[in-house]
Design a protein around this ligand. Structure first.
Ligand code: ATP
Length: 272
């Protein structure tokens, strides 16, 4: 056949090589990178602790001896460098961008490692944000990585769609808090993953309860949890409940997430 542009979507010819649903091409990985597993950390809405959980999962997987990377796809609200206390800018040249490396050896890339000041806002439209995420995947020299955690932007918008379509995501972890409204938003995230045919590996209910340090009683500050029901409805195997804990906030805010240990997250990381 002459003049084939390999875009079956714009061509009606019924040739031997025709693909009815050619789909969106995955972004290529460069020759100096070998990332063997990609796990997206998603949340229905902002502020529920998605970046903290991403960081804790990365720390736990690293402790288990894996080569770990974190791709901060939350371009307009990047929190990963702060949680790990990374202060220096990313290095690179015309050919490649090198990720930052944390104290325990986790590789990380975030828009904040490229901005002149980490308080500079990112005021870009959706397609440009998605393009940055693709570049983080394709142009960063990740090297040998057993598992990469992708800190997704909150919600089911443009950039989340780009990550699902362009990166070879093996599964996602949904982070939520226990309010009723959030349950509905979680279902949206689950359904989006279903649409993309990406398995939901687990749900983390963050700030699930507060344990009184004096009497040990657990208080459900945001109300009763419905997370087990939601997980059962959607066939999600792993459910983790994390307390509201000032030590988590302190570790993230001080850039010391690598010295914070969380048994529940360590157990989850083992299953991934
Ligand atoms: N279990 C917890 N207990 C106490 N504070 C927490 C807990 N989890 C997260 N935090 C704190 O809540 C704040 C928001 O957390 P984080 O940045 O991880 O949320 P996020 O969902 O990624 O938000 P965004 O969508 O804005 O990126 C941070 O200051 C963090 O330290």
């Amino acid at each position: 056949m002459s003049d084939c542009n390999h875009d079956c979507g714009s061509c009606g010819v019924s040739c031997d090589e025709r693909q009815e649903n050619p789909g969106i091409q995955k972004a290529p990985m460069n020759d100096l990178s070998d990332v063997r597993k990609v796990i997206g950390i998603v949340s229905g809405k902002g502020g529920v602790g998605k970046s903290s959980v991403t960081s804790m999962l990365a720390v736990a997987a690293r402790k288990q001896g894996k080569n770990v990377a974190v791709l901060d796809a939350d371009i307009t609200g990047p929190s990963i460098p702060k949680a790990f206390g990374i202060k220096e800018r990313a290095q690179g040249n015309d050919q490649m961008i090198l990720p930052a490396v944390t104290e325990t050896g986790i590789k990380a890339m975030s828009i904040n490692l490229l901005l002149e000041n980490d308080t500079d806002p990112v005021v870009w439209r959706g397609p440009i944000l998605g393009g940055v995420v693709e570049q983080f995947w394709s142009d960063v020299t990740w090297g040998d990585v057993d598992v990469m955690f992708v800190d997704m932007p909150p919600g089911t918008g443009d950039v989340a769609l780009t990550v699902y379509q362009s990166l070879p995501v093996d599964g996602i972890i949904i982070v939520t808090s226990p309010q009723e409204l959030v349950s509905m938003i979680v279902e949206k995230a689950v359904k989006m993953a279903d649409l993309m045919e990406i398995p939901v590996l687990g749900i983390v209910e963050n700030m699930s309860y507060y344990k009184c340090p004096d009497c040990g009683k657990e208080h459900k500050i945001f109300g009763d949890s419905h997370i087990e029901d939601i997980a059962a409805t959607h066939g999600v195997k792993h459910v983790v409940k994390l307390p509201l804990d000032s030590e988590v906030a302190k570790a993230c805010d001080m850039g010391q997430i690598e010295s914070f240990a969380c048994e529940e997250i360590e157990k989850l990381a083992e299953q991934l």
